[in-house]
Design a protein. Structure first.
Length: 140
């Protein structure tokens, strides 16, 4: 797996539910934000992906909730790529409080879609290697 990249965030009050907990949809937003931040930190820009006719797609996401998050909690979202064979990439993410308490684990299966053919590209590694200023960020 690639080195863990992290993004700091603070839970905002409007993201909480009636019990005062972070709403489940916000966990997905945090994970998405961290994945895009990691791509950008590695030199992969959305505009360049689109100009090449490809775009990242999420195929599956599993969230394991471990501890509650409340408004005002300072957190970090880590992300790392895990490569297998084939067209997909597993992204492992952890949302943890600053004190180290794990609040949630988010595992996603993602791919790069050919925007014309509307199917996954055969070799996502090669595309990211060509685009990335820092391929090591993605374990390449």
């Amino acid at each position: 797996m690639s080195e863990a990249f992290f993004v700091p965030l603070t839970v905002r009050g409007y993201e909480t539910d009636a019990q005062g907990h972070l709403n489940q949809a916000a966990y997905l937003s945090y994970a998405e934000h961290a994945r895009w931040s990691m791509l950008q930190a590695g030199g992969v820009r959305q505009a360049e992906l689109i100009s090449r006719g490809i775009g990242p797609v999420v195929l599956e996401t599993t969230i394991r909730y471990r501890r509650e998050l409340l408004a005002g909690d300072d957190i970090e979202v880590t992300s790392g790529f895990e490569w297998g064979e084939g067209k997909t990439i597993r992204v492992r993410q952890t949302i943890r409080k600053i004190d180290g308490t794990v609040a949630a684990e988010v595992d996603s299966v993602v791919g790069l879609m050919d925007l014309k053919a509307r199917g996954l590209v055969a070799d996502p590694r090669q595309h990211l290697k060509e685009l990335a200023a820092d391929p090591n960020m993605f374990g390449l």
